[in-house]
Design a protein around this ligand. Structure first.
Ligand code: NDP
Ligand code: 8X3
Length: 252
């Protein structure tokens, strides 16, 4: 049966492929991000390719007013959100904490923690009212173990880990499932954003091994929504075969 799926950060990487896999399986998708041109293109592609409805919503998850305005602007037929994928996020900068830049810290904390909370808070009432729903938070291996140079990014993803646990407890009485998916390294625009647009530095992250792809994470994300009503995958750490944890990657 067709459901309405709300995906943040759907203009690139995981979010874009997550939107595609849900559309491919006959679901209507609300795709969000700050880059409106991309949203329009993706929207056209998914609706024509898969014959589903797509609603593009352009907003910055860091700005509470924008989040609220965007979500309250949803037409009635789009408000019955069954699955929320909190995926929008980023790393900004890499290096020792004493050399960190406030601007990078603010971006990560405001997007990965506060943005996730703003979007979730706007959608909770819908799921609570329905006594049903599934929230999928994209965490990271960086939310399980801190690695050198990762400091504030790791802290922001540890916060996602804690928020996911808290949501699961607090929303339990309403029958809302909460799944955290914690990917390891996957080649998307993530490293280019982390290194402030330096493509060469970004490429080095994936050198000497086969990282995951965005499609890998999309298929896992879709899978967790296909289980029987009574089952919930609470927490999932997913890496490529070459990666053991946050710090150890077998580079040939
Ligand atoms: P990408 O850079 O490819 O995609 C990030 C997405 O987040 C984009 O669609 C971007 O859209 C959106 N986004 C970023 N900031 C904002 C904002 N302020 N408001 C709204 N949307 C925003 O990276 P990934 O797909 O790799 O990352 C997706 C998630 O996965 C992130 O939470 C990341 O931390 C996490 N992750 C990534 C891993 C990896 O190795 N790639 C591993 C583990 C976790 P736009 O710029 O249009 O706003
Ligand atoms: C993204 C993966 O290893 O850069 O969360 O932290 S990593």
């Amino acid at each position: 049966m067709s459901k309405t799926i709300f995906i943040t950060g759907a203009t690139s990487g995981f979010g874009k492929t997550i939107a595609e896999i849900f559309a491919k399986n006959g679901n209507n998708v609300i795709i969000t991000g700050r880059r409106n041109e991309r949203l329009e293109l993706i929207s056209k592609k998914l609706s024509s390719k898969y014959g589903v409805k797509v609603f593009p919503l352009c907003f910055d998850v860091r700005i509470k007013k924008e989040v609220d305005a965007a979500i309250t602007s949803l037409p009635k037929e789009w408000r019955n959100i069954a699955v929320l994928v909190n995926n929008a996020g980023l790393a900004s900068g890499f290096g020792k904490i004493q050399d960190g830049k406030f601007d990078d810290w603010d971006k990560m904390i405001d997007t990965n923690i506060k943005g996730l909370l703003y979007v979730s808070k706007a959608i909770f009432p819908i799921m609570i009212n329905n006594k049903k729903g599934h929230i999928i938070n994209i965490g990271s291996t960086a939310g399980k173990e801190v690695y050198q140079g990762g400091n504030v990014y790791c802290a922001s993803k540890h916060a996602v880990d804690a928020i996911s646990k808290a949501m699961r407890m607090d929303l339990l009485e309403y029958g809302i499932k909460v799944t955290q998916i914690c990917p390891g390294a996957a080649e998307t625009e993530f490293s280019e954003v982390r290194f402030h647009g330096n493509k060469e530095q970004a490429k080095q992250v994936y050198k000497g091994y086969q990282p995951m792809t965005a499609e890998d994470i999309a298929s896992v994300t879709y899978y967790v929504t296909t289980l029987p009503e009574n089952l919930c995958i609470n927490d999932l750490v997913v890496t490529s075969l070459a990666q053991a944890n946050s710090y150890y990657i077998d580079r040939k």
